[in-house]
Design a protein. Structure first.
Length: 253
């Protein structure tokens, strides 16, 4: 694509910078906000190129999330999720070059909305999922790994799973931060092998780092001041909005 930054109009630059701010905020507190970036970047850049642009931005923001919340992760949850997440990433890599990515996003959106409905029912009935539940970790790990490799869209899935576990907001964000830090780094060589990450895309990523840092501090500030009840409401709303965007992608392509 040549010099990506030189090809952007002022309006597109504003949209891309706003996406970088949202990515930073998503990694330090407002997890579901990251899903909104997926279809927006795909509208500015071709779909495959947008995936390659987004992943290094996510990795940079993951570093902020880990720095802010490094002591708040529940490693038992992470250790149960990681093997299946790795399998999901590899499955997504194998299918990414063969399956229409625009059809995968609506499917993921439907699954997320279904999970949101299940979670709301569980909240009404007082039922929760035990952290040691192997079946839940298996399904979520595979689904999130596949979703993040194919569409960078595991945010809503992890949001709902961690909410179902009943984690408080700092533990919630810390566990998510470490999960995505590890998984996104694992994805990098697979994306590079597919030609999704290039020197041109990395040069654009570098320009956007300050916006990511600004968003990261904004997300951290918000989580510290937001009551737990409002935090969960915000996570539910963003997860549902992200899922709706993914479903709408089938009509917008």
């Amino acid at each position: 694509m040549g010099d990506m930054s030189a090809q952007l109009s002022l309006g597109q630059w504003l949209v891309v910078v706003a996406c970088a701010v949202l990515i930073g905020a998503a990694k330090t507190g407002v997890l579901g906000a990251g899903t909104l970036v997926v279809p927006v970047l795909a509208a500015v850049f071709p779909a495959r190129e947008s995936t390659g642009i987004l992943l290094p931005l996510l990795c940079a923001a993951d570093i902020l999330g880990v720095l802010f919340y490094r002591q708040h992760a529940v490693w038992g949850v992470l250790l149960r999720l990681m093997p299946c997440a790795v399998a999901g990433v590899i499955a997504g890599w194998l299918f990414l070059g063969r399956v229409d990515n625009a059809l995968l996003r609506p499917l993921i959106g439907v699954i997320v909305l279904a999970m949101l409905g299940v979670h709301l029912v569980m909240r009404r009935t007082g039922f929760t999922v035990a952290r040691s539940n192997p079946a839940a970790a298996l399904v979520v790990g595979l689904l999130a790994g596949f979703a993040t490799m194919t569409a960078n869209a595991a945010g809503p899935i992890m949001t709902l799973y961690l909410l179902v576990l009943g984690l408080d907001k700092k533990t919630f964000v810390g566990t998510a931060a470490w999960y995505f830090f590890i998984v996104n780094l694992f994805k990098v060589p697979f994306s590079a092998q597919l030609g999704l990450i290039t020197w041109q895309s990395l040069s654009l990523n570098l320009v956007l780092v300050p916006a990511i840092v600004a968003g990261g501090f904004g997300g951290y500030w918000l989580v510290k001041r937001l009551p737990q009840r409002w935090f969960e409401l915000l996570m539910h709303t963003l997860a549902a909005a992200g899922a709706a965007y993914l479903i709408a992608a089938i009509w917008l392509r």
